[in-house]
Design a protein around this ligand. Structure first.
Ligand SMILES: [Zn+2]
Length: 373
């Protein structure tokens, strides 16, 4: 840009009097820095996709095992994620082909979830996927196009044109119905995950705390439970109730001649949003554990993840208004794991009990009513 040079000259003049480091620093050859920059970008993208494959694989098992709980938000899927460099964000495009070993002209499978219809039919990571039932797959917006195509197709078998090592073949894949809430995996060091009205987001810092796939299944299952149980809507409702209550007080005080400028409405709204927040979190942990168990994950010892969370974010060891303390989550998970193991032993369906489990009392699963929610 034209102004950059005058700007740096001005800075240099201005900073003639600035304090400077005393050491004589080595020269930094521009080429060496650029080459290292590219090497780091490639390594980062490879690591990202390796981690994404793990998240995808665990999520796919959760999606299919819990399809009945996802209500209307389900679609036919085959557990395959294919891209071209063009279908990815522009900032990756210059090095995606090299990083992932994929071509520009045909979409390539970069994630095939284990046990998914695509994997069972023999499609592998690295296969070029060129057409579905003879329809060419676009090289732009590839994943979204395939998602929509499969959704419209339903569970009817699909002829997938696959090119592997230069050989063309047609592989028939039968899609299955699965939970369709999108899951975004982001490189973010903070140990966090979230569910909004439209998607689940898993931070890499959170996935890194999950040493086992069972623990990752608990994390994703927790967010799926938030979405399926409508927690966000319930929290908004509580906020509305709080705001309305506070507004009544504001009006009352105003009638007495003092303006509060809506302070009570704002404050009560906040309290409303926090009402039951801790129990919503506990419920998401509880139901999410059932999701993970239904997907076939063994939860024995998985509670360790809450100790690691306490180490990574010490604030979570102490009480706060939004989340249960990590110790409570640890103990609850031990109890839920025992509850699920007992149901398995009795050959009972893995259906969560319809009331909150408390840390202090045994949930006595055989006495409580058990029904689908
Ligand atoms: Zn949560």
């Amino acid at each position: 840009m034209r102004w950059v040079r005058p700007f740096s000259v001005a800075m240099a003049v201005l900073c003639a009097a600035c304090a400077m480091p005393e050491s004589r620093l080595p020269d930094l050859p521009r080429d060496a820095v650029a080459a290292e920059q590219r090497a780091q970008q490639i390594a980062q993208l490879r690591q990202y996709y390796a981690e994404l494959r793990r998240v995808d694989a665990v999520a796919f098992r959760l999606r299919t095992a819990n399809v009945a709980d996802c209500k209307d938000w389900v679609s036919a899927q085959i557990g395959l994620y294919a891209v071209t460099p063009r279908s990815l964000p522009r900032r990756y495009q210059s090095y995606t082909a090299e990083a992932l070993g994929i071509g520009w002209t045909r979409p390539t499978a970069i994630s095939v979830a284990g046990d998914s219809p695509a994997a069972k039919a023999g499609i592998r990571t690295g296969d070029e996927i060129t057409a579905l039932n003879g329809e060419l797959i676009p090289v732009w917006g590839t994943a979204g196009w395939m998602r929509r195509w499969l959704k419209a197709n339903g569970t009817k078998p699909v002829a997938v044109n696959v090119r592997r090592d230069g050989d063309d073949r047609v592989i028939t894949v039968t899609p299955v119905m699965a939970c369709a809430i999108p899951i975004t995996y982001v490189v973010e060091a903070e140990a966090n995950a979230s569910a909004s009205d439209t998607k689940i987001t898993i931070n890499s810092g959170m996935a890194a705390l999950a040493y086992t796939d069972a623990q990752l299944a608990l994390i994703i299952g927790h967010e799926m439970a938030h979405a399926n149980l409508g927690h966000l809507g319930k929290q908004r409702w509580n906020q509305l109730v709080g705001t309305a209550g506070g507004a009544l007080i504001d009006v009352g005080i105003l009638a007495g001649g003092v303006s509060t400028s809506g302070a009570f409405a704002r404050q009560f709204g906040k309290f409303g949003a926090r009402a039951y927040s801790v129990n919503f979190e506990r419920e998401a942990d509880y139901v999410g554990a059932y999701y993970a168990a239904r997907a076939g994950y063994d939860l024995a010892g998985a509670e360790e993840v809450w100790r690691r969370m306490g180490m990574a974010s010490p604030a979570n060891i102490l009480p706060n208004y939004s989340h249960p303390v990590t110790a409570a989550r640890f103990v609850q998970l031990q109890k839920v794991t025992a509850e699920i193991a007992e149901k398995k032993r009795r050959h009972q369906p893995l259906v969560p009990e319809l009331k909150y489990v408390t840390v202090e009392h045994d949930p006595a699963p055989e006495e409580a009513t058990s029904m689908k929610f």
